[in-house]
Design a protein around this ligand. Structure first.
Ligand code: SIN
Length: 557
């Protein structure tokens, strides 16, 4: 069944307006993005003897990976099994996880984590040299490794960046914002256009020609006013994929992390994370009267899956008319030493993690959906792969389990590496970029866009609010035409693209499931055990179609 959204007078751009490419670079594989997913794909492609260009919007370590405080979940030890990890993942995903993808994650995860260690990542160990295992929300046992207490991402990024830098077959292009996909005469991905803010020959709009393109651009948290995501997370990969004709799915399932540090009223942009690992070590949540409010809500209390905790916090905030609740970590032994990143963030706003209550509030954290892929990372556009947060492999369903995201990057990067080794065609000439319809969004309206998303498409949604958001976004699209091309307007346009698609999917899903919470449809409905696939028509209008859970997306190449 296909549902078309109401016709909009203004479609979204199906190509970004930019100058014609003035320079180019060639490689077997073009990887867009340089976090755990992108760099692991690059290393696997090199192991298969392929040359790789990694292009990244700012510097190599500016993506989400570096900010990961939580760790990498994978089975280790006698008290755990892949079946238990799969069960926890599927419980969190509330009926929408893809079984085969989950099995790949939990069975291949331990070996991929070990491989990361062999590439140089050092994780926390006990006195006898054994990996220290901890727990986060939704996990039935301890299976998560961390580095530096709460600095796992810093260590993963460091190790992978060094491994990539040591390989002369990988060309790294920094300060390169990806624009659109290039295709050959058959419609297969043949590279990307991008804009480099550099010095020397590779300034301005250029192109990387390649036999395959792997998007590893991370998430879209910046579509909201407050997020744990860094500034670069503007949904560029999903927007590029939609413009290129790819199917995105599960976009409505945006995970709100329950405990971002509340730094003050009206905080905007990236907010400091207060890791769930603190709750794994015994920290509890309290309302303004000092009362714990999770104990009657879920048997795991503060270690319930993330959507349950975020909803409970939001309810207290609405009930009491407050903009934060309190995290009490005062009884966690050695808390400031064990969680140095969080202690430092707290110190910056005058809070002592060891002796004070910490003000926290939910913030947009993770896109459980993305470009739909099969089990080898292939999207529905030939030659275009997606890996990491930009992808929807089917692992997360309606809500990602904590510390499964770095793991997903590791596992599916390995699968994409194997597919690239098998499947690359002979090089073909890329067609010239087609004419450019549509306008760019004026970056000045970005604040209105993010405010609309936070107030109408946030943790708690309603049909009326979603309809209002869709109208406001359509109004912004209609205001776009004469804007000068540049990083600000391309980013704003990508944000509008993903915001429009996300809002359409959230409005269509008339139920509450996982991290999609509708106050006008408060229960999960059997009839909604479906994925909502999103694609653009030729005029840049969103089309939605339902796909029964358990039915893989038709990749067809
Ligand atoms: C956290 O440390 O709470 C975040 C971990 C994750 O998002 O998986």
């Amino acid at each position: 069944m296909t549902t078309r959204t109401a016709a909009r007078s203004t479609g979204l751009p199906v190509r970004l307006r930019a100058a014609p490419p003035g320079w180019e670079l060639s490689a077997d594989v073009c990887v867009v993005g340089s976090g755990v997913a992108g760099l692991c794909v690059a290393l696997h492609a090199r192991a298969a003897g392929l040359t790789v260009a990694v292009v990244t919007k700012v510097q190599v370590d500016d993506g989400s990976t570096r900010w990961a405080q939580g760790g990498i979940a994978a089975v280790l030890g006698a008290n755990d099994t892949p079946a238990a990890h799969a069960r926890d993942t599927e419980v969190a995903g509330v009926g929408l996880c893809d079984r085969a993808a989950v099995l790949a994650l939990v069975t291949e995860g331990p070996e991929r984590r070990h491989q990361l260690i062999s590439w140089g990542a050092a994780f926390d160990r006990d006195g006898a040299g054994r990996l220290l295992l901890t727990r986060e929300g939704g996990h039935s046992t301890d299976r998560i490794v961390h580095a530096g207490g709460d600095a796992t991402g810093v260590e993963v990024q460091r190790a992978l960046t060094e491994a990539v830098a040591a390989d002369p077959g990988i060309t790294l292009v920094e300060h390169a914002m990806v624009l659109d996909l290039l295709t050959d005469a058959t419609g297969r991905a043949a590279g990307v256009t991008l804009h480099v803010l550099g010095e020397g020959s590779a300034d301005g709009v250029g192109a990387v020609r390649a036999r395959a393109v792997v998007l590893a651009t991370g998430g879209m948290g910046q579509v909201y006013a407050a997020t744990t995501n860094p500034a670069v997370s503007t949904g560029d990969g999903v927007a590029l994929g939609l413009r290129a004709g790819a199917v995105a799915t599960d976009l409505e399932f945006v995970q709100f992390h329950p405990t971002a540090l509340h730094v003050g009223p009206g905080a905007r942009g990236q907010q400091p994370l207060v890791s769930e690992a603190l709750r794994g070590e015994g920290a509890v949540l309290r309302d303004g009267a000092g009362v714990r409010f999770l104990t009657g809500v879920h048997e795991l209390a503060e270690l319930a899956p993330r959507d349950v905790v975020a909803k409970a916090i939001t309810r207290v905030q609405l009930r009491d008319g407050v903009d934060h609740v309190w995290l009490d970590a005062r009884d966690v032994p050695g808390v400031a030493e064990r969680f140095p990143t969080i202690a430092a963030s707290c110190r910056q706003v005058g809070i002592d993690l060891a002796t004070d209550l910490v003000p926290v509030t939910p913030a947009a954290h993770y896109a459980s959906g993305g470009l739909a892929t099969d089990l080898t990372g292939r999207t529905t556009v030939a030659g275009l792969y997606a890996c990491g947060e930009v992808a929807c492999t089917g692992v997360h369903g309606a809500n990602r389990l904590a510390s499964n995201s770095l793991l997903e990057g590791l596992v599916f990067a390995g699968r994409i590496g194997a597919a690239l080794a098998r499947d690359l065609p002979v090089p073909a000439a890329a067609e010239p970029a087609p004419a450019v319809p549509g306008g760019l969004l004026d970056p000045a309206v970005r604040a209105e866009l993010t405010a609309t998303m936070s107030s109408r498409v946030g943790a708690l949604r309603s049909g009326a609010g979603l309809a209002e958001a869709a109208d406001r976004l359509a109004g912004l699209a209609a205001r776009g035409d004469d804007v000068r091309p540049g990083v600000d307007s391309w980013e704003a346009t990508d944000l509008l693209t993903v915001a429009t698609a996300l809002t359409a999917a959230a409005a269509a899903r008339e139920e509450t499931r996982g991290c999609h919470w509708r106050e006008d449809h408060p229960d999960a409905e059997d009839g909604w055990r479906v994925h909502l696939d999103v694609r653009f028509d030729d005029a840049g209008h969103v089309q939605l179609s339902r796909r029964t859970a358990g039915t893989p997306v038709a990749v067809g190449w």
